[in-house]
Write a protein that binds this ligand. Structure first.
Ligand code: ADP
Ligand code: ZN
Length: 734
């Protein structure tokens, strides 16, 4: 019987549910899967965690073909194959270092057409032996993972990827599907050209990762600040990126000294040592890895809750890729970058060094400089981080407040005497004759007694020691903010000097005011902290994690390939009491139900019996247990004001919190205090229109409601009405 040649969305969803237990597709997955089924060349750009792998896994299975996946790293391939096999999906990989009999066995399976996917490294793909093997199979489609590795404009150029240009000549009948997480327009064009894609379907996903909370803070004491951030995620998986190998070792040591289960990772380690660290991270023996950029591509652990950059990475692409390893399960995660102007200098000198290398290509060096400058600006910017990232990747960002970055959460505050501070800095630049760099100007302002200061007699300047006592890093940071806002210039020479421009002169003459930011000491709780744990029994969640770890150990596979954290949280929320109920949980497919279902159901039943918790709590209905814990001050004030009918604007002004935070308070206020109506906040016509839409569409998802109302009612308002309707519904049962 020959396989069918066209497939409905139902066919696609059936496969997705059978193997992976998902009941819907993410944005662009359907189009990408269709391109694979129709064998139309494609270029799919989705952020890390966006769900690219499904896009090449599904077509091969539905069309009953053997497709080839080119992947750059062995560890990445191995984990993917392990994961697929756990789901009952036939896949294999060939890589160097495999025992010979395993190679033979795998080749036999491939030749017999038993695998849907075969993973292979680019350098192996074009060996005569492998070509012979797949030519007989008449391979119809190739998926190229991490396709940006083919472009020197990208941040991870790999020469061996260049050979992939031959694919189209050798397999003119086959389609080629490129996948990447990071691509600016230039890299995208380069990929399509190098791979000789023909009229490709270009699918570019949204780069924004709303579940990631970005924080960029000045570095004062890296180890202390890293510890502080990690304490917000006790027992959870985290990665700390450092620039040098030595830094990773020192960082890991400091973390261990603070009794964290930590290790380091860098390219200078022996291969098996590296593998061991990776494995113990995957199997949850350790929680934190302090690493260089070398760590990452092979990390598929989807429950990483925190990614910290102890220093600034050298490009936004790196930043996006590395922070992208957080929260792949869609649950909230935090990304902290400790920024210092010194990082820029360090990268600049590393680029200088590589430029001195005779084999260095001019265009690669130029690209590196440009990428670095973008990254620096990103760090010192004073606008929403989510917005900046989206815009960098050429996408619009429409939310006025992301509620998930330090700037939108109001964690930085304006310096009270910013204009005076700016005038001090600028006049120092002027007095010194616009001939010096940032470090020297700062020395003068701080009243330092350096050789240069003495040589130029700068201790005699009126600005000498004008800012004595200010923290040096804070001062440098402010100077860079002036540069970023165009209130000061820097020449592009090898030793750049600071110069004034018209804007600086306006500031000096008092014709223009300045805004400078400095971080507040304390971080805010975000809306995620509460939402994603809503109704989850923490004790049950931890027990489920332990069971997952046990099973993973028995089978010698990474824990996350069994169930993701998101799936375990849903289990701990719903507490399924039957197989049918378990199958209803996102992430539980048929194979896993049969395979793991009994053990997980048994644990849930035992746990609930011991704690006298009912089974099968309905998903979505909120737990009626009163929230315990004292409300924080701002929230308490907000609640009081809301109770008196104050508007969101009024409350925002009174509490000094971000606008988004206040909306969150209001939603909570409605849930907890159950006001009769929402008149002070929502006009009745809007309320009724949302209520009508809810009648038809339910309250599980807000997006369909938003769309039904033609996008005219903002999400915040929909959320409030839904919360209010839910309080009404609950009332009937009490
Ligand atoms: P990428 O390769 O784009 O970084 P993955 O393919 O590893 O992302 O997918 C990231 C996570 O999202 C995985 O845990 C995967 O199981 C999950 N996922 C993928 N598609 C869906 C979907 N349609 N519904 C729910 N979860 C999904
Ligand atoms: Zn923001």
């Amino acid at each position: 019987m020959s396989p069918p040649t066209s497939w409905s969305k139902t066919d696609i969803l059936a496969t997705v549910h059978r193997y992976w237990g998902f009941s819907e597709l993410r944005p662009l997955q359907e189009q990408a899967i269709r391109a694979g089924l129709e064998r139309r060349d494609s270029l799919v750009v989705m952020p890390t965690g966006g769900g690219k792998s499904l896009c090449y896994q599904v077509p091969a299975e539905l069309a009953r073909r053997t497709d080839i996946v080119v992947s750059p790293l062995i560890s990445l391939m191995k984990d993917q194959v392990d994961g697929l096999r756990e789901s009952g999906y036939p896949a294999g990989a060939l890589y160097s270092g495999m025992p010979l009999d395993t190679v033979r066995e795998t080749e036999a399976q491939i030749a017999a057409g038993r695998y849907r996917l075969v993973f292979v490294a680019p350098e192996r793909l074009l060996t005569p032996r492998f070509l012979q093997l797949i030519e007989r199979l008449q391979v119809r489609a190739f998926a190229i993972d991490e396709a940006h590795c083919i472009s020197h404009w990208g941040h991870d150029f790999r020469p061996e990827y260049r050979q992939l240009a031959e694919l189209k000549t050798r397999f003119p009948q086959a389609s080629v599907h490129a996948y990447t997480a990071t691509a600016t327009a230039r890299v995208r064009a380069d990929i399509a050209e190098q791979l000789r894609l023909q009229n490709p379907a270009v699918l570019v996903g949204t780069f924004d990762r709303p579940n990631l909370i970005y924080r960029i803070v000045p570095r004062v004491d890296a180890q202390m600040q890293v510890l502080q951030a990690l304490r917000r995620h006790p027992g959870a998986a985290a990665i700390v990126y450092c620039i040098s190998r030595k830094d990773t070792e020192a960082m890991a040591e400091a973390l261990q000294a603070n009794r964290l289960r930590a290790a380091f990772y860098h390219a200078g380690m022996e291969a098996d040592e590296r593998r061991r660290t990776q494995d113990s991270f995957a199997s949850e023996e350790i929680d934190v890895v302090a690493a260089t950029v070398a760590f990452g591509m092979g990390i598929d652990r989807s429950d990483v809750r925190c990614v910290i950059h102890a220093a600034m990475p050298k490009s936004i692409e790196h930043y996006q890729q590395e922070t992208g390893r957080a929260g792949r399960d869609g649950l909230e995660a935090e990304c902290v970058l400790l920024y210092s102007a010194a990082d820029v200098l360090r990268w600049e000198s590393l680029i200088e060094k590589s430029a001195a290398d005779a084999s260095a290509r001019v265009e690669v060096i130029a690209a590196a400089r440009e990428l670095l400058e973008h990254m620096r600006r990103f760090c010192t910017a004073v606008h929403c981080r989510h917005r900046r990232l989206s815009e960098y990747f050429g996408q619009e960002y429409s939310k006025p407040n992301c509620e998930a970055c330090d700037l939108c959460l109001n964690e930085v505050e304006g310096l009270a005497d910013a204009t005076v501070t700016a005038q001090k800095i600028l006049s120092c630049v002027a007095r010194a004759g616009e001939r010096f760099g940032a470090e020297h100007i700062v020395d003068v302002l701080l009243g330092a007694n350096t050789e240069r200061v003495r040589r130029w007699r700068h201790e005699e300047l009126s600005t000498y020691a004008l800012m004595k006592g200010t923290n040096r890093k804070t001062l440098i940071n402010m100077l860079y903010q002036l540069l970023d806002d165009g209130l000061l210039e820097r020449t592009a020479e090898e030793r750049p000097v600071l110069r004034l421009n018209d804007a600086s002169r306006d500031v000096l003459r008092g014709k223009r005011t300045v805004r400078l930011l400095q971080p507040k000491a304390e971080v805010q709780k975000t809306r995620f902290d509460e939402q994603s744990w809503e109704g989850v029994d923490h004790g049950l969640f931890e027990s489920l994690r332990t069971l997952r770890r046990q099973v993973a150990d028995e089978r010698d596979v990474p824990a996350y390939v069994l169930f993701s954290d998101a799936t375990l949280r849903d289990m701990a929320r719903v507490r399924p009491g039957s197989k049918a109920a378990l199958l209803g949980i996102r992430g539980v497919g048929e194979r896993k139900l049969a395979d793991l279902g009994p053990r997980f159901l048994e644990l849930i039943a035992t746990y609930c019996r011991a704690k006298e918790l009912p089974l099968d709590a309905a998903l979505g209905s909120r737990s009626r247990r009163q929230r315990v814990g004292k409300l924080n001050d701002a929230k308490e004030t907000a609640f009081e004001l809301f109770a008196n009918g104050a508007s969101v604007e009024q409350v925002t002004t009174r509490t000094g919190r971000a606008f988004g935070t206040t909306w969150g308070y209001l939603a909570e206020f409605i849930q907890n205090r159950r006001p009769e109506g929402l008149d002070p906040w929502i006009n009745q016509k809007i309320y009724r229109s949302v209520a009508d839409a809810v009648k038809e569409l339910g309250t599980e998802y807000l997006q369909p409601i938003f769309e039904r109302l033609g996008g005219k009612v903002p999400y915040e308002q929909i959320r409030l009405v839904v919360a209010h309707l839910n309080t009404r519904r609950d009332a009937r049962y009490r």
